[in-house]
Write a protein that binds this ligand. Structure first.
Ligand SMILES: Nc1ncnc2c1ncn2[C@@H]1O[C@H](COP(=O)(O)OP(=O)(O)OP(=O)(O)O)[C@@H](O)[C@H]1O
Length: 239
């Protein structure tokens, strides 16, 4: 369970995150949406203890993430290319993650099988360094890297961005599968309302760092989100 308690962050005296309380129960698929600069990545960075909060704290299974790193044993994440070791080839990178997490060769092979369609023929056996892959393929490498450790909590920042349509569809199906089979807590941000509504049981909307909507996904959620994000000028033009 992730619990956010009175969390605040400002840059240059401008508040970019201000979340009083937010509880994400174990096993929930949690979608985070918001316009550019709404604070989504900042929230994920705070959850992963990559930046320091100005006030408040994030608890993972009741332990403050900035005081004890136990949560790292069960949390997989990919926010950006900074998470990759780009002077390695994908197979070397995956083996490195597998080795530090005690994942066997056979288990890794099983993951490769599950991800074969998602990878296409573009990731494995390419004999090139991660830094030389396209942005979309680097994203695939990062997502796979986050999943190899078989985490209980998975945090992905805009996983659908830069992926081609077929890969987006495959990723949705992989994420839904993982979530169902493993009681995984899945925290995903996206600008794509359709995708996020499809993979999330709950969707939170951030605006200027604040939670402005917290919805359990239903058949009306997509409409509600589209309504929220439709600019007034468009509403006026259509009426
Ligand atoms: N290191 C930093 N220094 C100064 N401002 C920052 C820093 N990191 C983030 N910000 C600012 O914090 C705000 C929130 O940024 P954040 O990246 O969390 O938003 P986001 O919702 O992920 O946006 P996007 O959808 O564009 O990725 C933005 O105004 C951003 O410019």
């Amino acid at each position: 369970m992730i619990y956010i308690d009175n969390l605040g962050k400002a840059y240059n005296a401008v508040t970019v995150l201000d979340v009083e309380q937010l509880e994400i129960p174990q096993g929930q698929s949690f979608g985070l949406v918001g316009n550019n600069g709404a604070g989504k990545t900042t929230l994920f960075r705070l959850i992963l203890d990559l930046i320091k909060a100005d006030r408040g704290q994030v608890l993972s299974n009741n332990i403050a993430v900035n005081e004890n790193s136990q949560w790292k044993n069960y949390t997989g994440s990919f926010l950006d290319e900074g998470f990759l070791i780009d002077f390695l080839k994908p197979e070397e990178y995956f083996k490195f993650i597998a080795d530090i997490n005690g994942v066997t060769k056979e288990e890794l092979q099983e993951f490769y099988n599950d991800f074969a369609d998602f990878f296409g023929n573009e990731i494995l056996n390419q004999n090139k360094y991660i830094r030389d892959f396209s942005k979309g393929n680097q994203k695939k490498i990062g997502i796979f890297g986050a999943i190899i450790s078989q985490p209980e909590v998975l945090i992905l920042d805009e996983p659908f961005a830069n992926l081609d349509p077929s890969s987006q569809i495959r990723l949705k199906s992989l994420l839904k599968d993982l979530h169902q089979k493993k009681n995984l807590s899945m925290l995903i941000s996206s600008h794509d309302l359709n995708h996020i509504a499809e993979v999330s049981q709950r969707i939170v909307v951030l605006d200027k760092g604040r939670v402005v909507k917290d919805l359990l996904t239903s058949e009306n959620t997509l409409k509600e989100l589209e309504g929220y994000f439709t600019p007034e000028s468009v509403v006026e033009a259509e009426s």
